[in-house]
Design a protein around this ligand. Structure first.
Ligand code: NAD
Ligand code: IPM
Ligand code: MN
Length: 355
């Protein structure tokens, strides 16, 4: 009776390769549960656009709304592929999904894993990294509010207006405080309120106001440029970071670079109101440089699937996946991973779960 319908969007490049492994792991994780998943595959992305001219139709969007969650790989063409205009897939499909399905919280956890060596001095098993970035997902400079005047002339003007609403900021700040309360009770607002006067003011005032309902959470403020220094010099100081869409995008490529690498970075694009399905996707892209070689690391997709299990109320299955990944990463740290294919890695996680 506990069945879930999962939409699967493999996408382009390594997207379908890593999603296939995530599905294997999900099936193994669910074996001891009474829950069952059915998967509905959607062909979307740059390849789909090249053959159909469609990015995301109203019909597809409606169909996706009917599912319990979306498991997403990655989309986007090789930047050198001149057949695909830059940004069309990203904006119309990926951001189209996040915006239309109201994925206001883009949750991106970062942690050290036993055996996975950080490139930073001072980060080790006694001093691990463990923080989450709560990135706003539907507003900011991503809102697409801007334009080009006098295009192609010497007097050209390009604007990109950052949109920040009281409603939009408040809901992510509340979500971030709630997460902080359940963790180490420390929240850092990252912005640039010394320059971005208006939006910075809204974010700072909202955080100050919401903080009153979370008296046991300590909070501080950091400019985004300084945050990059602290993330490299003392990443252990962070517990929960709340920030806008663009700052969050940049910080969440830096975050895995200092902990375990982009191949381990998971994310969830969450509709906190439950009015549409949330989406679970690795932070990385379609990686055209390694696509088709069967060498992509599926761990980020697997950990994103664990976030999906947790979101669907299958916390025990999620914990089993995380434990299997942890144990296997530590095993690989001893054995080495050179020569392991994408599916061999997926199989190793499955074997852990089934043992
Ligand atoms: P990318 O994340 O695809 O790749 C960056 C680097 O990381 C590459 O060297 C790649 O080989 C490596 N890498 C990424 N994932 C890996 C994995 N699982 N295992 C091993 N190595 C991995 O970023 P990019 O090169 O800037 O973008 C490529 C395309 O992906 C572009 O079209 C871009 O717009 C798109 N993109 C999509 C998403 C998404 O769908 N969520 C996210 C980022 C970029
Ligand atoms: C990410 C990606 C996307 C973003 C792009 C591909 C639109 O970089 O998920 O981090 O900027 O959000
Ligand atoms: Mn990004």
């Amino acid at each position: 009776e506990n069945t879930f319908e999962i939409a699967v969007i493999g996408g382009d490049g390594i997207g379908p390769e890593v999603v296939a492994e995530a599905r294997k792991v999900l099936d193994a994780a669910l074996a001891p549960e009474s829950a069952e998943f059915t998967y509905i595959e959607y062909s979307l992305g740059a390849e789909h656009w090249l053959t159909t001219g469609e990015t995301l139709t109203e019909e597809t969007l409606q169909a996706l709304r009917g599912h319990d969650a979306i498991l997403f790989g990655a989309v986007g063409a090789d930047p050198l592929d001149t057949r695909v205009p830059s940004g069309i897939i990203e904006r119309e499909l990926l951001l189209g999904l996040r915006f239309n399905l109201d994925h206001c919280v883009n949750l991106r956890p970062t942690r050290s894993y036993p055996g996975v060596v950080s490139p930073l001095r001072g980060v080790d098993e006694e001093h691990p990294i463990d923080f989450v970035v709560v990135r706003e997902g539907t507003e900011g400079p991503y809102a697409g509010n801007g334009g080009l005047l006098r295009r192609g002339t010497d007097a050209e003007i390009a604007t990109e207006v950052s949109v920040n609403t009281a409603y939009g900021v408040r809901r992510v700040v509340e979500d971030a405080f709630t997460r902080a309360q359940a963790r180490d009770k420390h929240l850092t607002l990252v912005h640039k309120n010394n320059v971005l006067t208006y939006s910075g003011d809204l974010w700072t005032r909202t955080t100050t106001a919401v903080a009153k309902s979370f008296p046991d959470v300590r909070w501080d403020y950091m400019h985004v440029d300084a945050a990059t220094i602290h993330m490299v010099n003392n990443p252990q100081r962070f517990d929960v970071i709340v920030t806008d869409n663009l700052f969050g995008d940049i910080l969440t490529d830096l975050a895995p670079a200092i902990s375990g690498g982009i191949g381990l970075a998971a994310s969830a694009s969450i509709n906190t109101a439950g009015t549409a399905p949330s989406m679970f996707e690795p932070v990385h892209g379609s990686a055209p440089d390694i696509a088709g070689k069967a060498i992509a690391d599926p761990t980020a997709a697997v950990l994103s699937a664990a976030l999906m299990l947790d979101h669907l109320g299958l916390g025990e299955a999620a914990a089993r996946v995380e434990a299997a990944v942890l144990a296997q990463l530590s095993q690989w740290a001893q054995d080495g991973t050179s020569g392991l294919s994408t599916s061999q890695r997926g199989d190793a996680f499955v074997a852990r779960l089934s043992s």
